[in-house]
Design a protein around this ligand. Structure first.
Ligand code: BGC
Length: 686
């Protein structure tokens, strides 16, 4: 293995042989997802692909037109929010490894993920692509995820740096955040990724404190490179660079865009002209090319080195993704309903569009051409077999077709109204009439169908959780609220499953619901995983990576700060993001950060602090089923208003077993530690 200095020396000698045009070819897209490379010197172009949920389908080089072959069907991963809900660092590594191996298998050099932005508001359309509202949980999962990706000679590209937390006016909004808040909330995941050796970072579309992130000297040069020592490649978001001089002087290395006028990109011909006229120096360009050449060596792309070949759609990938999906499902409520005890010949009714809906192909650039996606209806039917009847009625319907138009991305930056027009606002009389028919049909079935078990599977979909669009409020769309109220009055024992990337309002039906499961978009095996949890073949162990607010005003981004504004958005809530604000103000959410039930019970005892950074304790499984439990450690200095996560551990504990657990914590002696099973369920203080 070559060392860093050797990489730089070799890169420098290659650089000496390159003409200005050849260098410029390396710093901007010459296709929608590729740079030019220098064939004369055996330097290939860099090949990119989205994204966080799997390797995206291939497009024509210069058109947002899918190539449309069968070559690019791939494994569809649980979204990053689902990975976060596992609270399992090994599964984060396994997910990254699937993504890296598939990216390499598809011949890609850089995978445009993971997205590590903080979920500041439950309305952000891209929250499903992000991990959590908490920087500590995000950091701890992102590092193994990147390692998993990069072991396949593929660069992870953490995005979007930085403070990219809303989609409204996403290209131009000026995000105003003070330095301390950036350090505490919005930087940590990026910082840890850099320290863990991520090869690439993507700049955000938005401005941060007045500068466009993709050409920001403050963010890319002073913070990322000078302060944190990042020596990898910074890629712009597609269309995020606006000015040649600023770009050249900032730490950005590669400019990508959504249009096909590749030679006119800021870092193409306009850059050449400025260098030739002497307005800007070629040295800056050389620095960028050096970064790219060093990354290529790290990926073994140069000098005929042996490179991992990867593969995709393997059985072992499918198994790993099933495991992630199983551990990500969060049991939010259970009054002796789950697991369902389904006997032969019993009849089951599934109600709700999400029982029968595939989500892989939506959401924006995170879309996936999935080899398959098991829906909940399939999952349950497949497991139960021929001795049971599994019926389905939609009960409600969304507005649009399932398939995202592949020209979406080309127009998304020009016409930001595009996405919004897909939404619930498109109410027309016919749709309302049809929804009423679906509602009545579901009620009729429940009343007359003699079902032993009724399960509602609804929530959101990628018309709501999508790039380029923020929701207007937390309401549950498509008439589901009214449907749930009516269904629960007939079948109070009905299990409710919500699928989505963001919390929704559960008023007023939550009080009448006895069993509630939450599932983020859960990849190709999601429906099977859900069926296993419903039937008790898998004991749920997911914990919420977000707060489920009772109402939007309980979220600090909305009550103290601003969200979804055009022009400028102020993060006045500072570091009181997510549960921190709830804690500081004693506001109870519907379900807390870190919360999630199991089919068994656990007891924590003998909690001790060993030195500054280790907590030891015992966890006993006191119930009747083997299960996994997450022990969460929070910390608080006496000057703080809230407790915050500083350590966690997930363990499999057989029933009756007691396990001794040691948890590494990120805390100092003068901070008190709080140990529990959610931010609101603290069982010990030390
Ligand atoms: C998104 C990025 C994505 C890129 C390439 C942009 O619209 O913001 O996250 O990686 O497109 O598809």
């Amino acid at each position: 293995m070559m060392g860093q200095n050797e990489y730089i020396e070799k890169a420098k000698s290659l650089l000496k042989e390159m003409s200005l045009d050849e260098k410029i070819g390396m710093v901007h897209g010459s296709e929608l997802f590729k740079t030019a490379g220098v064939p004369r010197l055996n330097i290939p172009g860099v090949s990119f692909s989205d994204g966080p949920c799997g390797v995206r389908q291939d497009f024509e080089p210069d058109r947002w037109c899918a190539k449309g072959t069968s070559q690019d069907y791939v494994s569809y991963l649980p979204c990053n929010s689902a990975i976060a809900a596992t609270w399992n660092t090994k599964l984060a590594e396994a997910s990254g490894s699937v993504l890296g191996e598939e990216a390499r298998g598809r011949g890609k050099d850089m995978i445009l993920g993971p997205g590590v932005n903080i979920k500041r508001s439950p309305l952000c359309g891209r929250n499903f692509e992000y991990f959590s509202e908490d920087p500590y949980l995000t950091r701890k999962l992102v590092v193994p995820f990147i390692k998993g990706v990069q072991k396949w000679d593929v660069s992870a590209c953490i995005k979007h740096f930085a403070a990219n937390n809303q989609e409204t006016d996403r290209l131009f909004v000026d995000t105003k955040v003070d330095e301390e808040t950036l350090e505490e909330i919005y930087y940590p995941a990026f910082y840890d990724a850099v320290k863990a050796g991520v090869y690439s970072v993507m700049g955000a579309y938005n401005k941060l404190n007045g500068e466009h992130c993709c050409q920001s000297e403050t963010q890319l040069t002073k913070v990322l490179r000078d302060k944190w020592g990042f020596d990898g490649v910074v890629v712009s978001d597609w269309g995020g660079v606006h000015d040649t001089k600023c770009a050249l002087e900032s730490g950005i290395d590669i400019e990508m865009n959504v249009t096909d006028n590749f030679d006119e990109y800021c870092m193409a011909n306009p850059l050449k002209e400025k260098i030739e006229s002497g307005e800007i120096s070629e040295d800056k360009l050389d620095e960028k090319v050096l970064h790219i050449l060093v990354m290529m060596q790290r990926l073994h792309m140069l000098f005929g080195e042996e490179r991992k070949s990867g593969s995709y759609n393997t059985i072992s990938h499918q198994k790993s993704l099933l495991e992630v999906a199983e551990e990500s499902i969060v049991l939010l409520k259970n009054e002796n309903v789950l697991p369902l005890d389904i006997k032969p010949k019993e009849r089951i009714l599934l109600i709700g569009e999400n029982a029968n809906k595939m989500h892989a192909s939506g959401g924006g650039s995170a879309e996936i051409k999935a080899l398959y996606e098991i829906t909940p209806l399939q999952g349950l039917s497949m497991i139960l077999g021929g001795n049971n009847t599994v019926d389905y009625v939609a009960g409600y319907c969304s507005n649009t077709s399932e398939i995202q138009d592949s020209s979406w991305q080309a127009t998304s930056l020009v016409n930001q109204e595009n996405a919004a027009s897909n939404t619930e606002d498109v109410k027309n009389q016919e749709l309302m009439k049809y929804r009423k028919e679906l509602h009545d049909e579901a009620i009729f079935k429940v009343k007359n169908g003699k079902y032993d078990h009724v399960i509602f599977i609804g929530g959101l979909n990628h018309d709501e959780d999508q790039e380029g669009y923020d929701r207007k409020d937390m309401s549950l769309p498509y008439g589901q609220k009214e449907l749930l109220v009516d269904l629960l009055s007939i079948r109070p024992d009905m299990t409710v499953v919500m699928i989505g990337g963001n919390p929704i309002s559960m008023d007023p039906w939550i009080d009448d619901t006895k069993a509630l499961l939450w599932m983020f978009y859960n990849g190709m095996e999601g429906g099977r995983a859900l069926a296993e949890v419903l039937l008790g073949r898998v004991n749920p162990s997911g914990k919420s990576p977000i707060s489920f607010y009772k109402k939007l005003e309980d979220c600090s981004a909305h009550s103290l700060g601003e969200f979804g504004c055009e022009g400028e958005v102020n993060y006045k809530e500072k570091d009181e993001v997510g549960y921190r604000y709830l804690e500081a103000n004693k506001i109870k959410p519907l379900f807390s950060f870190g919360y999630g039930l199991s089919y068994t019970d656990f007891e924590i005892s003998d909690v001790r602090r060993e030195g500054e950074n280790v907590v030891s304790l015992k966890v006993k499984n006191t119930g009747k089923m083997d299960g996994k439990e997450v022990v969460e450690v929070y910390k608080k200095h006496k000057s703080n208003k809230y407790i915050k996560l500083c350590g966690f551990d997930k363990e499999l504990i057989s029933c009756g077993e007691t396990k001794e657990v040691k948890i590494q914590v990120d805390a100092t002696r003068d901070e008190k530690l709080y140990i529990g099973t959610s931010v609101d369920d603290i069982v010990a203080e030390i």
